[in-house]
Design a binder for this molecule. Structure first.
Ligand code: PEP
Ligand code: MG
Length: 831
């Protein structure tokens, strides 16, 4: 074991030249009894043979093999030069001169220690200026020397004294963006922070929170509870708060809305031949011929290189790749917007991951070439990402492969090439990287199908941005399709039809033209009221969270707001919004809508929506716990100011309606209404139309009793489906089955509508089912009077209603109720 005594670390030194620095570090080594002073000459000669600059302001001067006999004892000494000194002809500034005296192969062992710091740019910069030699000793040896005065406890395991448990709220799990934010935050704090999936942080399932790949490697999905521990209490609190706040992610996005909705076939061949099935990733139907694209395997030889030289090559390649990505980001931002550009921002973070760089450098120091070392280090990480259970996190493997290829191209001197297709084709590939996809030429590629990949991958997101029909996860069979095979790709439903008949090609072309016309017609008629073909009125409203979204909703044709999710006022800040803050937001929304209805839903916190600063107790089963109205009963400090703010606005805006979430008993509703009545009386507010959300099966079963007492019902199909089918709405594996068109869910909606009609009340639907075409039609057939959907869905829903008479839809709903499952219901509309 090679030691670095503190006295051989000289901080705050200065050197007027490289030679001066060599002299000083050699003097240190001589002082430590490591070398004969004549070894300095060997160090000088070595510098003439090869530059010992390693990167990040570190140089590792050492003697030539001929001077080894002048070594007395293997060891190192460090000269810190806060002002730096110019080292090589390229003007590299060196701030840490690590003089090495190694009698044999211990040389490599010493170098390996340097990997602890080499990839950590911020950490190294701290070492350039620290006034405490112990920091340098610790960084290079992994062990902190005991402090001179206070005897430090000689704790063997680096157990961190402060810890807390957190549950990850991010809809897409701990993916690259939040992980990067966390790693940067921890790095900046200077404290030690570890994350662990098990209580025992020393087990293999723990990560250093400054290391992006280690964090990703934990595979933390939404709802995973894990331990955060730190050596600093304030940092721990800041980290826990940041995790609760989503680390920059929008916590309102559900996995289901992040991926394209499950789609039925818009078109089918009359004479189906060979058909390959995958997962629809980007909407659209396209006719063309196929063309295989196999990414060229990069031939990466393992050419042993001088470690210092190889480390410098790697450093240069990483820098060049980083510069490339800056250009890609600018380009993608200009073409597709900031959201798509952020994908490549995440690539920069993968590139900068310290753990990966250190691992590569460590292999370099074992004597391997830079390209080989980097490929091995990244391959291991790609493989472990691929193994993660969560498909969204596993999809990040292709991002890392993309980054890997970018760096390897620089190391191997290869150019980045656009995919050449030789004309407009349907591209078939094992998988495509986000970079390849972003560079696809629209006139060379009509659409693509990949053997691997998933609908939430960055590749799929870019394809949607490009408007390029795409399907993924088709399986390896797609790779056997010969080039030039005529085909029809349906990127909405995920089908690839091979060798279609001429008649089917014509019919697909007709359908494509029809779809384009339909979209245009729907857009042109978006401001017409929602009605069926025979003129039966169905109000099409918008689900929005903020007053600022109202103008966009109205422009898309919204006839009101059917669901304002007020919890976002609470989720998007780090302290409680006051009564005045809330009043301002509700008032702005009510005013923006004029006389169109505004349905404000009272706070629905709990379940998947966590508000860190409320300090709510963690629940084993949060969807079945103190959520929605139940929480409001427990917390009048939250409920009363909200009701007061709403009542104050209702005094001036008669369009204000209120509804309560998560009502599961009659008692719930009466209790909530009584509280609102008190508030209204106190403030002299008028009667406010009052509704109950039907999200729990018991509310539907009690609709007969609730109906006389409410003004309306609004069905939350997202929750009603999860509670009826006992399927967590966030569960990735159950996502395909969690379909509100299941006849069991439809039966509960039927009960609700019948009870409401008996008492002259109306029923709306504000869950996701209202916005999909089949859902809108079946729900209207069941007698629903209002469909509240996301803004972009408004024109399409109105257009779908105009296609059918109310009688047709009633018949559709009656048949839907008789079906065995959701797929059969969908097939009634789009067989
Ligand atoms: C629902 O459950 O369908 C609903 C609209 O409420 P949320 O999605 O906000 O829970
Ligand atoms: Mg709900």
């Amino acid at each position: 074991m090679i030691e670095l005594p503190q006295q051989l670390v000289r901080v705050g030194a200065s050197a007027h030249s490289k030679d001066d620095a060599l002299e000083q570090v050699a003097a240190l080594l001589a002082e430590g009894g490591n070398i004969d002073p004549a070894y300095l000459e060997g160090m000088r000669v070595r510098e003439t043979q090869a530059n010992t600059y390693l990167g990040n302001g570190i140089a590792i001067p050492h003697g030539t093999p001929d001077s080894r006999h002048l070594i007395r004892k293997t060891g190192i000494a460090v000269l810190q030069l806060p002002q730096g000194v110019q080292w090589g002809a390229d003007g590299e500034q060196v701030h840490l001169v690590v003089g090495i005296a190694a009698a044999s192969d211990e040389h490599l062992d010493i170098l390996r220690r340097l990997t602890r710091v080499l990839g950590d740019e911020d950490g190294v910069r701290r070492l350039w200026v620290t006034q405490n030699p112990a920091d340098i000793v610790e960084a290079l040896t992994g062990e902190r020397p005991p402090a001179a005065v206070t005897a430090a406890p000689a704790a063997a395991a680096p157990a961190l004294p402060f810890s807390a448990q957190v549950t990850l709220p991010n809809p897409l799990g701990m993916h690259a963006r939040p992980a990067t934010m966390l790693a940067n935050m921890v790095k900046k704090s200077g404290a030690k922070v570890r994350l662990g999936r098990d209580a025992a942080l020393s087990s293999g399932r723990s990560a250093d929170a400054t290391k992006l790949m280690q964090i990703l490697g934990l595979g933390l999905t939404r709802g995973t509870t894990f331990t955060v521990s730190s050596d600093d209490q304030a940092t721990l609190k800041a980290v826990v708060d940041a995790i609760h706040a989503g680390l920059g992610d929008d916590l309102s996005v559900t996995p289901a809305s992040a991926a394209p909705a499950r789609r039925q076939r818009d078109w089918q061949p009359a004479t189906p031949g060979t058909t390959l099935e995958g997962v629809g990733a980007a909407d659209g139907l396209v006719v063309g011929v196929t063309r295989q694209h196999a990414p060229k395997a990069l031939n990466v030889p393992d050419t042993p290189t001088d470690p210092a030289e190889a480390a410098a090559q790697l450093d240069a390649a990483l820098k060049a790749a980083d510069a490339d990505l800056d250009n890609v980001i600018a380009d993608v931002r200009a073409k597709f917007g900031a959201e798509k550009a952020a994908i490549f921002g995440a690539h920069k973070e993968l590139l900068a991951d310290e753990g990966t760089v250190q691992d590569a450098v460590s292999r370099i120091l074992d004597g391997h070439g830079a390209a080989w070392a980097y490929q091995q280090a990244t391959n291991e990480r790609v493989a472990s990402l691929q193994k993660l259970d969560d498909p969204t996190l596993a999809a990040r493997a292709i991002d890392l492969s993309d980054v890997q290829r970018r760096v390897l191209r620089h190391l191997l001197g290869l150019h980045e090439e656009n995919i050449q297709t030789g004309g407009p084709v349907i591209l078939l590939a094992p998988d495509l990287t986000p970079s390849d996809t972003a560079r696809l030429e629209p006139d060379a590629v009509l659409g693509f199908a990949t053997a691997q990949g998933g609908p939430t991958s960055h590749t799929a997101i870019i394809a949607r941005g490009l408007g390029l029909p795409a399907m993924v996860a088709v399986g390896d069979g797609v790779l056997d399709v010969p080039d030039g095979t005529p085909a029809i790709l349906d990127g909405s439903a995920g089908f690839l039809y091979l060798n279609p008949t001429d008649a089917d090609v014509q019919s697909a072309r007709d359908r494509m033209a029809g779809l384009a016309r339909e979209r245009e017609t729907a857009r042109a008629a978006r401001h017409h009221p929602g009605v069926t073909r025979d003129g039966v009125r169905v109000e099409v409203a918008a689900n929005i969270n903020r007053a600022g979204d109202a103008a966009g909703a109205l422009d898309a044709g919204a006839e009101g707001v059917g669901l304002m999710r007020t919890e976002f006022l609470f989720l998007e800040r780090d302290s409680l919004p006051g009564e005045d803050d809330q009043e301002r937001e509700y008032r702005a929304m009510a005013a923006a809508l004029g006389d169109r209805p505004l349905i404000i839903r009272t706070l629905d916190i709990g379940g998947d929506k966590e508000v860190p600063y409320l300090g709510l107790a963690r629940e084993d089963n949060s969807f079945l716990g103190i959520r929605g109205i139940r929480l409001c009963f427990e917390r009048p400090d939250l409920f009363l100011p909200q009701l007061r703010a709403i009542a104050r606005v209702a005094r001036d805006h008669p369009n204000v309606h209120v509804m309560f979430p998560m009502i599961s008993t009659l008692e719930d509703f009466r209790r909530a209404r009584a509280i609102l009545d008190d508030v209204r009386q106190e403030l002299g507010a008028p009667r406010i139309p009052l509704g109950v959300m039907v999200e729990v099966p018991s509310a539907a079963l009690l609709a007969e009793q609730l109906a006389p007492e409410v003004d309306f019902f609004s069905v939350g199909t997202n929750d009603l489906t999860q509670y009826t089918l006992a399927m967590d709405r966030m569960h990735p594996q159950l996502a395909r089955q969690t379909d509100a068109m299941h006849p069991a869910v439809l039966q509960l909606i039927r009960l609700t509508v019948e009870a409401a009609q008996k008492h002259g009340k109306w029923v709306g639907v504000c869950g996701g089912a209202a916005g999909d075409e089949v859902g809108a039609l079946v729900l209207t057939g069941l007698g629903v009077k209002e469909l509240s959907v996301s803004t972009p869905q408004i024109p399409g829903v109105k257009a779908a209603l105009r296609q059918h008479t109310s009688q047709e839809l009633k018949e559709l709903a009656a048949r839907a109720l008789q079906q065995p499952d959701a797929a059969s219901v969908r097939a009634l509309v789009k067989g």
